[in-house]
Write a protein that binds this ligand. Structure first.
Ligand SMILES: [Zn+2]
Length: 590
């Protein structure tokens, strides 16, 4: 008991004096030590250290190089950082690894330059697909087509009689071929489903683009992936995420037992090693009646390797498709402010019931109407004393009414942003600004305002919607400019007052995301006693212009003290090259 009391006091004193602190309970040497670089610990004081020692998967020492000597034995692996930087490994508080991995095995349209390239790639996929089978793909960008509304005839011209369903990069719209619509029985007489829209020609017949729940009309015909396909998908996803230094994720839409089975099988087979939090998708049509099923899924699958702690609710859609729920009508759709996917009378009791069951909550809310509704629901949930492990996150925050900004801090609700989205790309210029009009367009992605209010920030990528690269997102959080621009190229920041500083942005992708994931007791900072989830960067983002941060590379990713990624050639010291990275994953957005 004395020891338990003494440790926090020692930690506090060490932090106050900037001293090293170590677990000296054993005199065994460390297995792995890092020295000779900048260690940014992401502890509460945002302190720097020179050296770190790791034993039995945990951090046992953080401090000066002098203090490190005692931890080095004959068998200790000594890593010379040589001026490189050591950080806690990144965490993604909103990402879709399973879906992204499945998509990597389908017709991949990600990174296409324009509509012509999309059609060329679809044609190539169609040529290689089985006759009579479905062609499924993803990754076309909404701004490639007038009104974000591609026509089925364009698709028919390259796929012919093949039923095809191609998801937009944002996952909120899908483009179907005539054959797919015919098989689904979607025609001029089909009404729009609740919370969905069938885009139509002047005569009322479906034009090919489906929004939100209307995508289910066709997607419901697709065979569900098998567990084996899920395992293969997660293997592909892991191969993408670990090289970006990400060792923990929250899968922001897990659809029931089949997805959980895939995660479990992938873990057992070694195909998937990341720390994983599953956010179970709840069905807005069913409301509270499904709560017992969600509890049963948690009981069946929750464990240390797969935390089934969270439920995901889509409160609205997206501004680009005019499905985000706004407080005031869209500028280009008079009288239309869309509607919440979960109306208040269903959302409030649902959030309350889930909180009563001890679920963490992850709410998708983009429009200022949806954000207010989500905050109202969380406020109601907070009226009961919630267990400490319950975490609240509102993700994809895009337009927040100024009155609502201070509420995140009061509710201890993580403000979930996808920082890579916060610059004036074609989505924003062509699709968002015309819908919001001049006043609201001046306050999108208000990361700076929310951070200044004292709210906890949690970053996520929403991959496969956009690149999972945390450094790309962190650069945009600081610049609010196209991350493909180099440090010497001119750029006008989108709302410069909303830029973040580097410590805040790094925190949102490490300890802040860890908090939103409920993994902060174990991970998210470099502190004695925490798991050794670490990343070595080949340069120090504090020493280069913000616009060069995305050219810093991950040299090494460590998960629970195991090397899970090492860049070829890393180890020799390469100062950052400040060159544009390969365009394969960095170019996409949403
Ligand atoms: Zn998402």
């Amino acid at each position: 008991m004395r020891r338990a009391l003494a440790i926090p006091a020692a930690v506090g004193l060490a932090a106050a004096l900037g001293l090293a602190f170590a677990d000296r309970s054993e005199s065994q040497p460390a297995e792995l030590v890092f020295r000779g670089g900048g260690v940014y610990t992401m502890d509460a004081a945002r302190s720097w250290a020179e050296a770190v020692a790791v034993r039995d998967g945990r951090i046992v020492y953080v401090g000066s190089e002098t203090g490190l000597e005692a931890w080095i034995g004959e068998a200790t692996e000594v890593v010379e950082l040589a001026g490189r930087m050591l950080l806690p490994a990144f965490q993604d508080a909103h990402v879709h690894p399973l879906d992204a991995g499945l998509e990597l095995g389908q017709c991949d349209l990600t990174g296409s330059a324009d509509a012509a390239e999309v059609l060329e790639r679809v044609g190539a996929c169609a040529a290689g697909s089985l006759p009579g089978g479905w062609l499924v793909g993803t990754g076309w960008e909404l701004p490639f087509f007038p009104d974000a509304n591609p026509h089925r005839r364009l698709l028919d011209a390259v796929v012919g009689e093949t039923p095809a369903l191609l998801w937009a990069a944002d996952g909120h719209s899908a483009w179907a071929s005539s054959k797919a619509l015919e098989l689904a029985g979607v025609d001029a007489s089909t009404p729009d489903p609740e919370s969905g829209r069938i885009e139509r020609d002047a005569d009322g017949s479906p034009s090919g683009t489906l929004r939100e729940s209307a995508t289910d009309l066709v997607a419901g015909l697709l065979p569900a992936p098998t567990v084996e396909e899920g395992v293969a998908a997660l293997r592909r996803a892991e191969a993408v995420l670990l090289p970006f230094g990400i060792t923990a994720v929250q899968d922001a839409r897990v659809d029931g037992g089949a997805d959980l089975e895939a995660y479990r099988a992938a873990r057992r087979s070694g195909a998937w090693r990341l720390r994983t939090v599953a956010a179970l998708r709840a069905d807005p049509q069913r409301g509270v009646e499904q709560v017992p099923e969600l509890v049963a899924l948690r009981d069946a699958f929750d464990g240390p390797d797969l935390r089934v702690s969270t439920v995901k609710l889509f409160v609205d859609g997206v501004i680009e498709a005019r499905t985000a729920f706004m407080l005031e009508p869209y500028d280009d759709r008079p009288g239309d402010r869309s509607a919440p996917t979960w109306p208040a009378e269903r959302l409030l009791p649902m959030v309350d019931a889930l909180a009563a069951e001890g679920f963490s909550l992850h709410l998708h809310a983009i429009g200022d109407g949806a954000v207010r509704l989500a905050l109202d629901a969380l406020e109601r949930a907070r009226r009961r004393p919630l267990p400490a492990e319950v975490r609240l996150q509102i993700a994809h925050l895009e337009v927040i009414h100024p009155d609502d900004v201070p509420r995140f801090r009061r509710l201890a609700a993580a403000a979930g942003f996808q920082p890579l989205w916060a610059w004036a790309d074609s989505y924003i210029r062509d699709l968002t600004w015309p819908g919001l009009g001049p006043e609201r367009s001046q306050r999108i992605y208000p990361m700076g305002s929310v951070a200044r209010s004292g709210a906890p920030l949690a970053f996520g990528s929403d991959w496969s919607v956009s690149s999972p690269d945390p450094l790309l997102g962190i650069e945009v959080a600081l610049t609010r400019c196209d991350p493909e621009l180099g440090p010497d190229e001119p750029c006008e920041s989108m709302q410069p007052g909303e830029r973040l500083d580097l410590p805040t942005a790094l925190a949102a992708y490490t300890i802040g995301a860890a908090r939103a994931n409920g993994l902060d007791a174990e991970t998210g900072s470099i502190e004695v006693g925490k798991a050794a989830d670490l990343v070595v960067l080949d340069g120090n983002p504090f020493e280069i212009p913000a616009a060069a941060i995305s050219s810093v590379r991950v040299d090494w990713t460590v998960l629970a003290a195991e090397t899970v990624y090492r860049r070829e050639g890393a180890g020799e010291h390469h100062p950052s090259e400040h060159s544009a990275r390969g365009a394969d994953l960095s170019g996409t957005k949403r």
